[in-house]
Design a protein around this ligand. Structure first.
Ligand code: NAD
Length: 295
């Protein structure tokens, strides 16, 4: 049994921490939200309102926080993790954040003598609940090997993407592909409508031809061809348009700071921003087809 401190017990962190409890570990949790703490207690987590209590005895500390600023403050503040944990504690940040912050915090941890990985996830709340998440991991070989046994209890694909920050880099590159391809698939269905081509025919042909992609075959943006897609339940998310916009913004920040030209990524961010401005950010990201159709 390992003592695990878990910081950030929200939609993702709560069920992830619960899976560590189910695997027989002792998990102490901390969150700013009383609601999240109460739900965590129900899942067998020792939830506390005091960060230092949650990390005090921990062999491993896992964070699952909203954005870079939260990670910076939870790790680097005077009363934060890096100053509060014991020697040899392993640090795992599963939040999706900007590459720059991820690398800065990893550097701070390393300077203080701790092993750390960034391990953002894909797979959503459903994947967190049934422990089928994909983890994209950045860090040294040694840190990856140390983190792997814990990540395996919360996910099914654990991929080492390279040094510190490379997990975040993989996550935003992947989601930039997804955002762009969802818009491309949506445009194709709207064009087909205008040309009198039946959506089922387009699906049957493109899903077995060169237009095949995940946005088409797993999250088809129009109702009908794929019964499991959110389009068949009024675009109830799945993966919200707000989450997609967050990741597209991170991708653009990274493109700007690294000098990469990502014109379609920039255009995708613009369209999802417009969609959010229309008050639709809680819909599944495949609902972008509505904006494409109405443009
Ligand atoms: P969430 O808002 O449900 O949970 C975040 C939790 O962090 C909240 O309970 C909040 O109270 C807590 N928190 C904020 N600041 C804190 C602090 N300083 N100390 C302690 N707790 C603090 O968000 P989520 O959906 O669980 O997402 C978490 C991360 O996972 C995000 O980075 C998100 O981008 C990423 N992610 C989410 C999904 C998804 O489908 N929800 C999928 C993949 C990745």
């Amino acid at each position: 049994m390992t003592m695990i401190g878990f910081i950030g017990l929200g939609n993702m962190g709560g069920p992830m921490a619960a899976n560590l409890v189910k695997a027989g570990h002792e998990v102490s949790g901390f969150d700013l939200s009383g609601e999240a703490l109460a739900a965590a207690r129900g899942a067998g987590i020792k939830a506390t309102e005091d960060l230092s209590e949650a990390i005090d005895q921990a062999d491993v500390v896992i964070t699952m926080l909203p954005a870079g600023q939260h990670v910076r403050s939870v790790y680097g503040d005077e009363h934060g993790l890096i100053n509060g944990i014991g020697k040899n504690t392993l640090l795992i940040d599963c939040s999706t954040i900007d590459v720059e912050t991820s690398r800065a915090v990893a550097e701070q941890a390393q300077q203080a003598g701790f092993m750390m990985v960034d391990a953002p996830v894909s797979g959503g709340v459903g994947g967190a609940e049934v422990a089928t998440l994909t983890f994209m991991v950045g860090g040294s070989d040694e840190a990856f090997s140390a983190a792997q046994p814990y990540l395996q209890l919360m996910g099914k694909n654990i991929i080492h993407a390279g040094g510190p920050g490379n997990g975040q880099a993989a996550k935003i590159c992947n989601n930039m592909i997804l955002g762009i391809s969802m818009i491309a698939v949506s445009e194709a269905f709207v064009l087909a409508e205008n040309l009198g081509l039946d959506k089922q025919k387009l699906f049957d042909i493109s899903s077995t031809a060169s237009g095949q992609c995940w946005a088409l075959t797993s999250y088809c943006p129009v109702p009908g061809p794929l019964p499991s897609s959110p389009a068949n339940r009024d675009y109830q998310a799945g993966f919200t348009a707000a989450m997609m916009l967050k990741d597209l913004k991170l991708a653009q920040e990274a493109a700007n700071s690294s000098g990469a030209t990502t014109q379609l990524g920039a255009e995708a961010m613009k369209l999802y921003t417009q969609f959010a401005d229309e008050g639709k950010s809680d819909l599944d990201f495949s609902a972008i087809v509505q904006l494409v159709r109405d443009s």
